[in-house]
Ligand binder design. Structure first.
Ligand code: MN
Length: 286
């Protein structure tokens, strides 16, 4: 069986004033082991009291990668300088390809904020290869109903296929490099064997429950298991009803240069990104 490494959140912070997050990477400094994925923030579950001023994060840019937002509880509204906007709620996913650059804001949806409630969401950053970092921005709203659900063998649970293939299903997300993104539910005292392509990196984030991965100690809430796949099935054994986000993908074997909301390959490209943002080349919100 492939070797598993387990991680706790490496940092906590607040994004704007609306997303209290625990970060799994890059704070754990495992870039190579989780490529093509760049960042995993777990927001909540956090209760926010009712307000007329929706919390969130105001206008900010991104370049060189994709942001994927998965909502489990609550409602998040988004709008960007490419003219896209939308609201995602429980089960929905927003897949934004920032690529050459967008400016956007992410907030609690106004009517939801007026009621108050619990927010639980994940934001995942997916890298783009050098050749695609400057492609045109793209925006995909993947509503819950469009995400196929595949039952696991033996009544062990189910998998929602957000991206890539699982069983006979194919997720609705269009991705730039080969990957799978799966929302997996595994029932207590059940097991599942998941097979991924040899050479891919696999990261399993536990939102709730307790799961052994390839015989590991139990992986629990907000912990991450990372496995380099050799094509041998990865064995999950749940000791409690569990909910996992499974990220698997072909690594992008290129240098990474980061500066805040920009992720490129070289320092000079980061300087260019800052200049282009300041010059308004990534646009503005209306
Ligand atoms: Mn953002």
């Amino acid at each position: 069986m492939d070797q598993v490494r387990l991680y706790e959140p490496g940092s906590t912070h607040v994004v704007g004033d609306g997303f209290h997050v625990r970060n799994l990477f890059p704070s754990n400094e495992i870039d190579r082991a989780v490529s093509p994925f760049l960042m995993l923030d777990y927001a909540g579950p956090t209760f926010y009291p009712a307000t007329d001023q929706p919390r969130g994060v105001g206008e900010h840019p991104h370049r060189g990668f994709e942001t994927v937002t998965i909502v489990y509880q609550g409602r998040v509204a988004h709008r960007d300088s490419a003219g896209n906007s939308g609201v995602i709620g429980p089960g929905d996913v927003q897949w934004m390809t920032a690529a050459s650059g967008v400016v956007h804001e992410e907030r609690h949806e106004r009517d939801w904020a007026k009621q108050g409630g619990t927010l639980q969401a994940v934001q995942l950053w997916v890298n783009l290869p050098a050749a695609d970092k400057m492609m045109a921005p793209r925006y995909q709203t993947l509503v819950c109903e469009a995400i196929p659900v595949v039952p696991l063998e033996g009544g062990a649970g189910s998998v929602r296929v957000i991206a890539g293939e699982f069983g006979r299903a194919k997720g609705p997300a269009t991705t730039v490099t080969p990957m799978q993104l799966l929302d997996l539910r595994l029932l207590a005292q059940h097991r599942a064997a998941l097979t991924f392509a040899a050479g891919w990196n696999v990261a399993l984030f536990v939102l709730s429950g307790q799961v052994a991965v390839n015989g590991s100690e139990p992986v629990t809430e907000a912990q991450l298991a990372v496995v380099p796949s050799s094509g041998v099935p990865i064995l999950l054994e749940a000791q409690a009803d569990s909910m996992l986000l499974v990220m698997a993908g072909e690594p992008i074997d290129e240098p990474i240069a980061r500066y805040g909301p920009f992720v490129m390959n070289r320092q000079d490209e980061l300087a260019q990104a800052v200049n282009d943002y300041r010059a308004g080349k990534m646009g503005h919100l209306d």
